[in-house]
Design a protein around this ligand. Structure first.
Ligand SMILES: Nc1ncnc2c1ncn2[C@@H]1O[C@H](COP(=O)(O)OP(=O)(O)OP(=O)(O)O)[C@@H](O)[C@H]1O
Ligand SMILES: CC(=O)N[C@H]1[C@@H]2OC[C@@H](O2)[C@@H](O)[C@@H]1O[C@H](C)C(=O)O
Length: 397
């Protein structure tokens, strides 16, 4: 009888270990750096016990950011560059993992798996392209085989494709981790991530999985960051200094909120393919605010991020005792956090530290968790979301 080859033997052995060490890698739409979360796991599904052991964000250099930006969220790109970057980013992530391990004084041999999100290059749900013959599509690069070869660690990657193949939009995948990490019977909760794009998961007090909703709601930091880069030569509005110095322009706000994305059916996803400076320019044109003071623009874009979230929450989750736990870089923006609390006066707004979850580490932990599920979980049926195990396996040998 044929034997399992050594890759499959190792895979089986790892999947059966009672405790696993996994590394989650996330690089989002903000392109600020690679988030690396080292976690220990036991169990799977609703029985999962996860502990964050180490976390680091390794910032990208400006040169690297520019390279990625050259192929990011654009309909026309240099295909040769895209091909090069797919391999390059895989090896680069591998190097960053080795750097993190060396800093933490952890041996690669003690890590059971890496779960890598990759870098989203283009996200195209059907509602965004509206081409009858095509369905939902999304593209992440940073090849898993390159990570596995560089680190010598089993790598699971490219999670979003299975979700799309099974009828989803490829996002938000936070749903699966939010349900595992954030649900509490008797409490109506929202886990809100304000990264480049803002997405949330609603976890109802009665645990009715059919009422759980996970969806993108609009821009997170992406418009604030883009306007800071364009008009202030800064990567982002640190501590909201610029937003606080400006005044929100209500005419522009109304025009920004006018976009049909906000009326799409749930769940829906989006990205900087829509929420970019062209979108802002169109709204400025429509509201005759093209010559607006640039600090007012940043204030308005920051308030817009919040308004889109607050309006969505008020319309869809008119429930008592709502608690909102915020993660992602937006949790560090005081203007955004203050406005959120003001615009949702009946909800209790805090960051995810309240749940014992580092707001910066949450998404990288999520991918580690999905990696653990890929190894030893079962497909989870939550509402009408695809019940599939996601991720592709790459072996170091
Ligand atoms: N001190 C701060 N003040 C204001 N904004 C901040 C601060 N720290 C972080 N941010 C914002 O958070 C952004 C980074 O967020 P995050 O790392 O969650 O993005 P991401 O992982 O790319 O997101 P996603 O994958 O959800 O799109 C920065 O670009 C900036 O806009
Ligand atoms: C296609 C893509 O990369 N989407 C990201 C992005 O960043 C936030 C939001 O848009 C979310 O839908 C998603 O990431 C998180 C991790 C998710 O899938 O839950």
């Amino acid at each position: 009888m044929a034997q399992l080859n050594q890759n499959l033997q190792k895979l089986f052995a790892i999947a059966q270990k009672p405790e696993k060490m996994g590394i989650g890698l996330m690089s989002g739409t903000s392109l600020d750096g690679l988030d690396i979360a080292l976690c220990s796991f036991s169990g799977s599904g609703t029985e999962t016990k996860v502990e964050l052991k180490q976390f680091i964000t390794i910032p990208y250099t400006n040169t690297f950011k520019k390279e990625v930006q050259s192929v990011f969220a654009k309909k026309q790109v240099d295909l040769g560059k895209l091909c090069l970057l797919n391999a390059y980013i895989g090896t680069f992530y591998g190097e960053l993992v080795l750097q993190a391990l060396s800093k933490w004084q952890v041996y690669a041999a003690n890590i059971d798996f890496i779960a890598s999100h990759g870098q989203t290059i283009y996200h195209a749900p059907k509602h965004s392209h509206q081409l009858a013959q095509y369905g939902n599509a999304t593209l992440q690069i940073g090849d898993g085989d390159h990570i596995a070869i560089k680190t010598g660690i089993l790598t699971i990657s490219d999670f979003r494709q299975k979700h799309v193949a099974a009828g989803g939009e490829g996002a938000p995948l936070a749903l699966y981790g939010d349900v595992l990490l954030g649900s509490k019977a008797g409490e109506n909760r929202i886990l809100l991530n304000i990264g480049g794009i803002a997405n949330l998961t609603y976890l109802p007090a009665d645990w009715n999985t059919n009422s759980i909703i996970s969806t993108d709601v609009g821009p997170g930091n992406t418009l604030i960051d883009a306007a800071c880069r364009q008009y202030f030569n800064k990567p982002y509005d640190k501590d909201a200094k610029i937003a606080y110095s400006g005044v929100v322009n209500e005419g522009l706000m109304d025009a920004l909120l006018h976009h049909p994305f906000f009326n799409e059916n749930l769940p829906k996803t989006t990205g900087p393919e829509l929420f970019n400076l062209t979108f802002v320019g169109d709204a400025q044109q429509a509201s005759r605010t093209l010559n607006i003071n640039k600090a007012d623009l940043i204030a308005t874009l920051s308030a817009f991020t919040v308004k889109a979230i607050a309006r969505f929450v008020s319309i869809n989750f008119n429930v008592s005792g709502l608690r909102i736990f915020v993660s992602g870089g937006g949790a560090h923006n005081p203007f955004v956090m203050e406005q959120l609390a003001l615009q949702l006066p009946t909800a209790a707004v805090s960051d995810t530290y309240k749940l014992g979850i580092d707001p910066d580490a949450k998404e990288a932990m999520l991918f580690a968790l999905l990696g653990n599920e890929a190894l030893c979980g079962e497909p989870m049926a939550i509402g009408n979301n695809p019940a599939v195990l996601m991720g592709k396996f790459s072996f170091p040998l």
